[in-house]
Write a protein that binds this ligand. Structure first.
Ligand code: AMP
Length: 126
């Protein structure tokens, strides 16, 4: 996908057109529970701006947006108590970009996974 479709599901969540379980929001980001969790804690963090993936975001977002997005990660992780800094056992970030990474929603997002031992980074590499 090379052009942003403002009818994607995360754009609709941002506009409040479909419900979600909100975790955190500020001027730059919105964060909510993944509807199909892959770990006891599976949270998505998305920028409020319209970016396809991290490639688009890191290339085209303003420095303010990029800093705001990055700063939201420990805020969410501490709020959930999953960062070691907040007494948790740690977490993993994943961001899929494009077809072979199996990105299914073309609005940049980071998956934040925690709450169990997540095992090796990838199940298999060929
Ligand atoms: P990706 O495959 O990296 O693009 O991840 C998209 C994620 O969005 C998947 O983990 C889905 O479970 C999640 N998802 C899709 N629709 C919703 C929704 N309405 N609310 C919350 N999460 C969703």
């Amino acid at each position: 996908m090379t052009t942003y479709d403002n009818q994607n599901i995360f754009a609709k969540i941002l506009r409040g057109e479909i419900p979600c379980e909100k975790i955190y929001e500020d001027d730059y980001v919105f964060s909510f529970k993944d509807v199909n969790p892959q770990a006891p804690s599976h949270i998505l963090i998305i920028p409020k701006g319209a970016y396809l993936d991290i490639n688009d975001f890191s290339k085209n977002a303003t420095n303010e947006e990029i800093i705001g997005f990055n700063k939201s990660i420990p805020i969410v992780a501490d709020q959930l108590g999953i960062s070691e800094a907040a007494g948790g056992k740690g977490y993993r970030l994943i961001s899929n970009a494009g077809a072979e990474a199996h990105q299914t929603v073309a609005h940049f997002h980071v998956h934040l996974l925690a709450g169990r031992n997540l095992g090796p980074m990838l199940v298999s590499i060929k």
